[in-house]
Design a protein. Structure first.
Length: 372
């Protein structure tokens, strides 16, 4: 098997194939993956997933992440859960509706009082009226996860990693040529090229590929100086994730619009603490091409204010700011775009902001459907 792309989706396909006894060559155009698989929160985010295939995929992936994390401690897997503090009757009504859903128990959703929320996460010293808790959410370390997984894969004699090579063309059934002129032949080729959906991908899949690119901005701080035991979201995340659709959300959107900056940049707060104690904070969403080449400061200022209001203290110094781009399937009912583009060649792309969450289950489904 040949896997093209060393992001989390590609690496999980390699993992599934190796686990099932296949020989795998994984090809990556960079020395290591440098796209969305690193530029994310590392959250295994179950809480906001749409009922049906998306939630089932996220829950299965959560199980797989925990299993892999027990084998690869350097992955940094932790079952930290998440809290979404709410303020005012309208935000609380959305949280209440989420906690009353038939699938609330599967997600681990519970509505907590401020005292109950602070018992789980004492760092939340700001004022809020209640908090939606999701026990099933988890996290890994995004900047080091692929390195940790690859180190484990390299223990297998039937796995090889070829960095610094870009696949340029398909030259036959299950055969591709890279930019070194080498041909790699296998029973199956899986293209997991992330947000790189031009060039070879467009040539193979055609101009109507139902996938778009999305740009975001994020930041990371110096160590907080205390634990942040859970991931944290704000009520604007209700507007973004499909699980929170309800009459209460319609009322929130109609009567309590987002602040101007948040609306302009399609913002929500997501925040998770890294292993070094720093906070990864975001994010924005930009859909119109061409994307801006620079980051802008207003969203960072907005997020800083939201975080400080929840923590009840100043934010540590910002250490890094960055932008990232990921691929998103435009069909909201599909978790990922999976397409056979040539004999023996499959394209797997477009998980959107669900790549880190769902990659293990996406790869498992590919393996089952292709009968590896």
């Amino acid at each position: 098997m040949t896997v093209v792309g060393a992001g989390v989706v590609g690496t999980m396909h390699a993992w599934q194939a190796v686990e099932r006894g296949h020989e795998v060559v994984q090809i990556e155009r960079e020395a290591e993956a440098r796209g969305a698989s690193l530029r994310n929160f590392g959250q295994i985010w179950v809480s906001g997933r749409a009922a049906g295939e998306e939630l089932e995929t996220a829950l299965r992936a959560r199980e797989l992440w925990e299993e892999i994390g027990s084998r690869v401690p350097t992955l940094g897997f932790r079952a930290n859960g998440s809290l979404t503090p709410v303020r005012g009757e309208r935000e609380r009504a959305v949280a209440e509706a989420a906690a009353a859903r038939p699938d609330a128990a599967a997600r681990g959703h519970k509505l907590l009082t401020p005292a109950e929320a602070r018992a789980i996460n004492p760092a939340l010293r700001g004022e809020f009226d209640a908090a939606l808790y999701c026990e099933r959410d988890a996290a890994v370390e995004p900047r080091t996860a692929q390195t940790a997984l690859r180190a484990e894969l390299l223990k297998h004699p039937n796995y090889a990693f070829l960095p610094g090579r870009e696949v340029r063309e398909v030259v036959g059934a299950g055969a591709v040529r890279d930019d070194h002129g080498d041909v790699h032949t296998a029973d199956v080729v899986v293209l997991c090229t992330g947000a790189s959906i031009g060039g070879l991908v467009r040539e193979l899949a055609g101009p109507d590929l139902p996938v778009r690119r999305v740009r975001l901005q994020m930041m990371q701080t110096d160590p907080l100086g205390e634990p942040l035991p859970t991931s944290v979201a704000d009520a604007d995340s209700f507007r973004y994730y499909p699980a929170y659709a309800s009459g209460a959300l319609d009322e929130l959107n109609a009567a309590q619009p987002q602040p101007e900056t948040a609306a302009a940049h399609r913002m929500q707060l997501l925040m998770v603490q890294r292993a070094d104690g720093g906070l990864t904070i975001g994010d924005t969403h930009e859909y119109e091409h061409p994307f801006a080449f620079d980051t802008v400061e207003d969203p960072y200022e907005h997020l800083t204010g939201v975080v400080e209001s929840l923590l009840g203290r100043p934010l540590p110094k910002i250490r890094r700011r960055w932008a990232g781009v990921y691929a998103q399937c435009t069909d909201p009912l599909r978790v990922v775009h999976r397409q056979q583009v040539r004999d023996g060649v499959w394209l797997i792309t477009g998980p959107g902001g669900r790549g880190m969450t769902c990659a293990p289950a996406i790869a498992e489904k590919t393996a089952n459907e292709l009968d590896w």
